[in-house]
Every structure is written in C-alpha cells, then in structure tokens.
Design a protein around this ligand. Structure first.
Ligand code: CTP
Length: 406
C-alpha cells in the first residue's frame, strides 16, 4: 500500500510515544521508507534504538548532530519526504507549528518541508479542548495540515475524554487512503468548486427559555465538510445545533431556526457548485415566539405550530447548475420515501438511511447509507465511518458535476 513512499515520522513527548514504535513498524511493513525524528522529550518515553531498529535507519534528535557532512539534515529530510507524519503530536509541537517556531530538529524540518503534513494529536482532554490548542489546530488546518483526530476513552492521566492518539493501524489506514487518493486524482477533484453544507438541527424558539429541536449531532454534515475540503473545495458550512465541535479550519456560520438557515443558504447559493442539505430542519415551528417566558397556567397547554419553509425544495426550484444533495433519515420504506423526496425537491442525489439500523443515524460515528438518483439506487454502503461515507458521497457527486466552474 505504501511501497516506495518516503515518510518522515516525527515523534514528540507524550505517553502515546510508545505507540510510535508500532506505527513505525506498520509503515515499514506496508513498504514505506521511514526516517524518524524525535524531540528530546520523546526520548524520555521511548528509545532512539527502538525506532532505529524498526525504521532500519538512523534516528534524528539533534539539529546540530549532522550525520552526513555533505547535506544539512533537516533540509535534506524536509525535501526527501513525501509526507511528514507527527504522531503523537503534543500541544507543544502544534503550538510551535502554528506560531512558525523552529528550535529543534523536528520543528525546523516541519518549517522547511513542502511535503504534506499529517498530525495525530495526543494529550489530556482539557488540553485538547483548550481554546489555544483549538485555535492552533484551526490555523494549521487552514494551511492544509491534515489531522487524524484523537479518539475518546480513558487517558493515561486518568481522565476520560477526547485526546487519545488514534491507534497505529488506523493512522496507517489514513496515510494509505491519502496516498491512494493522491494517485487517483491528478489534481484535487473539487479544486475551484464551492460546496455549501448544512449540518445539525434547527432550533425553533417557543419563548426566551424554551425551544423545539431534534437529535441531529452534526457529525455527518461535519464529515462532509472535512471531506469536501480534502477534495480541494472551498467549503461553506452552515450549522444549527450540534453535539460536536465543527472541524477546525472550516468557515462556519452558526444559525438557529429553519428561517435563519434558509437565509444563510440562499446567500451562498448563486455561486455554489454543490449544496448538501445534511441538516435536520424542523418541519414545524411555533406560530408565535413569545418575547417573555410563558408562565404556567392551566392543566393542559396547546402550542400552535406552523410549517417552516422547506429549504431543499426552495433550492430545487431555484437551482440552475448547482448540484443538489438532500438527506432522508427514515424508519421504514426508505427507498420509496427517498425517491419521493428526490423528485419532490428536485435533487440530484438523496442520501437515505434507516435510522433504526445499528450503526446508522443520529449521534453515531458510523452510517449505513443508500444514495439514490433519478434512476434509483446509485450507491449502497455497508456500515462505514461517517468520514468514509462522506468521501464516497462526494466522489459520486464529483463524477456527475457538469464541469461548470465558477
Ligand atoms: N429539509 C429542508 N427544509 C425543511 C425540511 C427538510 O431543507 N424545512 C431538507 C433536509 O435538510 C433533508 C431533506 O429536506 O435534506 C429531507 O428532510 P426530511 O425531514 O426527511 O424531509 P421532509 O420533506 O420534511 O419529510 P418528512 O419529515 O415527512 O419525512
């Protein structure tokens, strides 16, 4: 899978550094040539000898320890690499990269390289969620640095939460998928295209302290936004209420109600190439939003609801060359409801899923989807990560774009 690929593996000083040994070994087994750079903190967790034995090459730790007088090591490695992978990436190296600091072998190489960079962060959950780290990751993502997001679980510090470095097998799979995609496309298929994605649920206010919403987590829409960016698109993310944070580095416009979402989407619509309505939009809203908190009175209370505007239907009516993708989360008769929505809303594709199936629907990290076009079933995926589903949906759409560029 990685035959002949040159990977510089940067290892920084966190407890997850021990996993770098397995990662290095797996990369080599897949055919990659690996050169390891360790920070001095990393050498406190794992020895140079371990990584030297596994990579079968000298390990670099000191910018001034020039092993070959004919070259300058950090520039040489920076130019040699097809990919620089930092795993684990501590908050410190992330901060240094964001600020452009270069005070050791790894940070100088990271600054000198023109190769793509991928980070697998690992740290305490509170450190990961710290606004400074989030801001630094957003800055790096905006520069095109790829992120293998940490998983959730019991951390070495005893806390449970997000911050555990992704498992080596998973990182190798992401690296493999990256090279595979690069080989498949001569250039990024969505370069120069504008993709508008809605995510999350809408909030329809009853009064200042109460509202109607739904279970949408935002994960599918966010995965689509990340995938669209990875394929080279200019992404506009319009997000309602979500349970997870949006991907760093993507421009997000937050909205509340279906009406707000309609306005936000319409403002981006005319020059967009693909519009994906992954949001769970309320079908009804309170007829009146009370300005003051409703006080308790009788034993029963009736709330009058009125229909919201169907945003997707509006887009379907007004579309010119825009490629329109809708979603249909169903509990039964998936195909007939999906086909009905596709026609009624004039979509190019409908992504349908049966939310009663294990591993599909709201809140999960995986999905089980079927994609329909006017002819019927166009793509059916087994249980895959929302990220993989997102890439496959976008790849299907790419193949069907009319080629009209902005
Ligand atoms: N949608 C929309 N605006 C609405 C309601 C839905 O844009 N007011 C979009 C959703 O974002 C989704 C698609 O329409 O892409 C299907 O949403 P869904 O709620 O399943 O469709 P409905 O037409 O509302 O049908 P029903 O609720 O009866 O299943």
């Amino acid at each position: 899978m990685l035959t002949g690929k040159r990977i510089v593996l940067g290892v920084t000083g966190g407890i997850a550094a021990f996993k770098a040994a397995s990662l290095c070994s797996k990369l080599v087994q897949q055919g990659a040539e690996v050169r390891v750079i360790m920070t001095s903190s990393a050498t406190k967790f794992i020895t140079e000898l371990t990584l030297q034995s596994l990579s079968k090459a000298p390990v670099y730790t000191d910018t001034f320890d020039e092993k070959n007088p004919a070259v300058i090591a950090h520039i040489n490695l920076a130019d040699w690499a097809d990919l620089v992978l930092v795993a684990p990436a501590t908050a410190n190296i992330i901060g240094k990269m964001a600020a452009g600091l270069a005070d050791d072998m790894l940070s100088t190489t990271l600054l000198a390289t023109e190769a793509p960079i991928m980070l697998a962060p690992a740290m305490n959950v509170h450190m990961y969620q710290h606004p400074a780290v989030m801001r630094n990751l957003a800055e790096l993502a905006a520069r095109g640095v790829m992120l293998v997001e940490p998983g959730e679980g019991l951390l070495a510090c005893g806390y449970v939460g997000k911050g555990r470095m992704e498992e080596p097998e998973q990182i190798v799979a992401v690296v493999g998928a990256y090279f595979e995609r690069q080989a498949r496309y001569q250039s990024l298929p969505l370069a120069g295209k504008k993709v508008v994605i809605t995510a999350g649920g809408t909030i329809e206010r009853i009064d200042p302290v109460r509202y109607i919403t739904n279970d949408s987590s935002g994960k599918m829409g966010f995965a689509l936004a990340e995938a669209a960016r990875e394929l080279g698109a200019e992404v506009r993310l319009i997000a309602g209420s979500t349970q997870v944070a949006p991907p760093p580095g993507i421009q997000v416009q937050r909205v509340q109600s279906a009406e707000d979402m309609l306005q936000a989407v319409m403002a981006e619509f005319s020059d967009s190439d693909i519009v994906i309505k992954a949001a769970a939009v309320a079908d009804y809203r309170p007829a009146v939003t009370q300005e003051r908190k409703i006080k308790k009175s009788g034993d029963t209370m009736t709330l009058e609801l009125v229909k919201t505007v169907d945003i997707l239907e509006q887009l379907g009516k007004h579309k010119q060359r825009q490629f329109l993708i809708g979603f249909a989360a169903e509990t039964h008769d998936v195909e007939s409801y999906a086909m009905d929505k596709l026609k009624r809303k004039n979509c190019d594709l409908i992504v349908a899923n049966d939310v009663t199936v294990e591993g599909a629907g709201f809140g999960t990290d995986t999905n089980v989807i079927q994609v329909y076009d006017a002819e019927g079933l166009a793509l059916s995926l087994p249980k895959v990560s929302k990220r993989e589903a997102a890439l496959q949906i976008l790849e299907l759409a790419c193949g069907r774009l009319t080629g009209a560029s902005r």
